[in-house]
Design a protein around this ligand. Structure first.
Ligand SMILES: [Zn+2]
Ligand SMILES: [Zn+2]
Length: 510
């Protein structure tokens, strides 16, 4: 009995001293975005007209898609099948919107829009029937495009998505009730982790309906209440949405939100930065990230922008196409911290030549290529600091990934480099402009100038295994000490038998 108790105690100690890495409870989830399903895509279509069939016949533009066009159904199913083949049993799937193609409103109508979104929803549900799906709307998902209704008394559109696009079978009763008010909801991933799905399209400056409102669809109020609740219950939070705040890293510094909403939203994120562990967005179709800083320049929050499934080449100047892509996260179920993600992609040119959409490959793993052992604001800030040198290998990798290895990606000159740096680190519009002009911003975590890009001083890094080694050694030493102490006690007990015999019999009876 005594021996049993001692062993038990030692096991307990082992757990206390075991480095936390060995006991992590990790799970996986998918993030997929911007399918832009074009039901009118034709392999004999006109690439200058979204690969739609016209009067003249065209060469085969591809069974799995074309860089000039949105996704054919073949590409949608190929992407979802690839998700299933790579990880059939994730904890959940995050899907950040834009299912409708980049075509004129005159080529669409509300029912077509509901149908396209419903088709993608059904495909995800039929391939992953037992996996929770967390969807949010994109700016292309309302009709007309970008015009997201904001009035909680006029909810026909959201009702249509729930009923006609079948989101009411995907979202729970509570989530659907909130969604009905303006396309947002909150859900419990676990007791410790809350997910807030937002409709940030309400803040997009292409939405004429929401130009100057105090709080479109009362979403900011909802967000605030949910974050307060999460804090009260010691929950960590994931925020998922389509349009990110801040500025596009490509082109000429395009901003996404109306300035007022950008400020409001960033302030809310800063206020609750201690509990928001992850923010995931789509919309840009490129692979990038953002780091938010407090007034002292300390990195407090981060946003991960996932590239699209659609390969469509943007009409914006200076913006290209991309290979279709999907992203798999590994995360700590205890605190929600993402350990890494692996980016997968389909080489569209090769897929069309081979005539198969089965060949999805790993593009990169953040834990390998960026050597990040966890995805946290401070770690992404370090990565951004490495980018200040344009010739830095990490920045060169990032550039390739930004378009998902699209071959048309050209050389990134000084202006292009500066746009990337400033977009990544300056979410506030004024600070972004100052950063671009080479000046010093009020928050200048990445000091950048046109003429003196500096290489950040490499920080001495202690390898992770050293912590494990030291932790392990400490545990062994402590256990040895304990064994010796126990032996001494037992020796002493033999000398004073009556006193300890009493305790011994008590413990046997309990
Ligand atoms: Zn999109
Ligand atoms: Zn979008």
């Amino acid at each position: 009995m005594e021996l049993f108790k001692q062993v038990n105690f030692n096991v307990l100690l082992l757990f206390i001293f075991l480095p936390h890495g060995f006991t992590k409870d990790v799970g996986y989830f998918w993030h997929v975005t911007d399918f832009h399903y074009d039901a009118n895509y034709s392999a004999a279509g006109d690439p200058t007209n979204m690969c739609h069939q016209g009067n003249g016949s065209h060469d085969n533009v591809g069974t799995y898609g074309n860089y000039m066009c949105d996704s054919p159904w073949n590409l949608i199913t190929s992407a979802i099948q690839a998700m299933y083949k790579i990880k059939p049993d994730p904890d959940f799937i995050i899907w950040t919107g834009d299912s409708v193609p980049h075509v004129d409103d005159s080529d669409l109508d509300p029912d077509k829009v509901y149908m396209l979104i419903g088709n993608v929803t059904n495909e995800l549900v039929s391939v992953f029937p037992n996996t929770t799906l967390y969807p949010v709307l994109g700016n292309h998902d309302p009709y007309p495009a970008n015009q997201m209704p904001y009035d909680t008394d006029n909810t026909a559109y959201y009702k249509g998505i729930l009923e006609k696009s079948h989101w009411n079978s995907v979202l729970g009763v509570n989530e659907s009730r909130h969604f009905h008010n303006g396309g947002y909801y909150s859900s419990k991933i676990s007791e410790k982790l809350r997910l807030i799905g937002l409709n940030t399209n309400l803040y997009y400056d292409q939405d004429r309906l929401t130009k100057d409102l105090p709080d479109p669809a009362q979403q900011m109020d909802f967000l605030d209440k949910q974050l307060q609740e999460a804090r009260k219950h010691n929950q960590m939070v994931y925020i998922i949405a389509h349009v990110p705040p801040g500025v596009f890293e490509l082109g000429s510094g395009l901003t996404w939100f109306y300035p007022k909403y950008n400020k409001q939203y960033l302030e809310k994120l800063e206020e609750f930065a201690d509990i928001i562990t992850l923010q995931l967005y789509g919309h840009e179709h490129t692979d990038s990230f953002r780091v938010q800083f407090d007034a002292e320049g300390k990195p407090i929050s981060m946003m991960l922008l996932a590239p699209a499934v659609t390969p469509w080449k943007s009409t914006l100047p200076g913006v290209g196409a991309n290979n279709p892509s999907i992203r798999l996260f590994k995360y700590d179920r205890e605190n929600g911290v993402a350990q890494n993600y692996v980016q997968y992609y389909l080489n569209l040119t090769a897929a069309n030549i081979k005539g198969t959409g089965d060949d999805w490959q790993k593009e990169y793993d953040t834990s390998d290529v960026y050597a990040l052992d966890e995805l946290r604001p401070a770690k992404l800030h370090e990565l951004a600091r490495a980018f200040t040198d344009r010739s830095n290998k990490l920045f060169q990798h990032y550039l390739q990934y930004n378009s998902v290895l699209w071959a048309g990606n050209t050389e990134c000159n000084e202006t292009c480099h500066l746009h990337h740096l400033c977009a990544i680190t300056q979410l506030d519009y004024d600070n972004f402009r100052t950063c671009i002009s080479g000046g010093v911003t009020t928050h200048h975590p990445t000091q950048t100038t046109h003429h003196h890009p500096h290489r950040p001083t490499p920080q001495p890094q202690v390898p992770t295994y050293m912590f494990y080694l030291i932790g392990g050694l400490a545990a062994v030493v402590f256990l040895l000490f304990l064994v010796v102490a126990c032996m001494c006690l037992r020796k002493g007990r033999r000398l004073r038998a009556p006193r300890y015999a009493k305790f011994g019999s008590l413990s046997l009876n309990s």
